[in-house]
Design a protein around this ligand. Structure first.
Ligand SMILES: [Zn+2]
Ligand SMILES: [Zn+2]
Length: 140
């Protein structure tokens, strides 16, 4: 039997609250902070604590079901990642607007690194952040 070392990832458990967080996240375009998501869920009559939302989002990221970026204040912004979706974004640090990017070059480079290193199951995270045209036009 081949012996492979794996970094253990906490298993995703489909608790009702986590599924509610997943649904709420999937319903939103672009990136959302945990606070914003929590407020949206509360407005929809969904009684989930903010700490539960944080934990669920962290679990979603671990499970590869969500992407995460950081804004200027170091606050994490989350976006749902579908089964086959793999996408990079240019995210506005002010409003969280996320522009999907054509990043073939990154994918080609990442594939080559994976091949040459001999590593299996290589994943990557690329974060680009700036100020969107709308935010840079108006007063901040
Ligand atoms: Zn913006
Ligand atoms: Zn990529």
């Amino acid at each position: 039997m081949p012996r492979t070392r794996r970094i253990p990832v906490p298993p995703w458990r489909d608790t009702p609250q986590r599924l509610q967080v997943l649904r709420a996240l999937a319903a939103r375009p672009g990136f959302s902070s945990a606070k914003l998501l929590h407020a949206r869920m509360a407005a929809d009559g969904c009684e989930v604590g903010l700490s539960t939302v944080y934990r669920a989002l962290a679990a979603l990221v671990e499970a590869g079901q969500a992407d995460v970026v950081r804004d200027d204040n170091g606050e994490r912004l989350f976006r749902h990642r579908g089964e086959e979706q793999h996408q990079h974004y240019l995210v506005c640090r002010h409003c969280g607007f996320a522009l999907a990017l054509d990043t073939d070059e990154i994918e080609t480079w990442a594939d080559r690194i994976a091949r040459e290193s001999g590593f299996a199951d290589v994943r990557h995270t690329v974060e680009l952040a700036g100020v969107c045209t709308e935010c840079s036009a108006g007063p901040l």
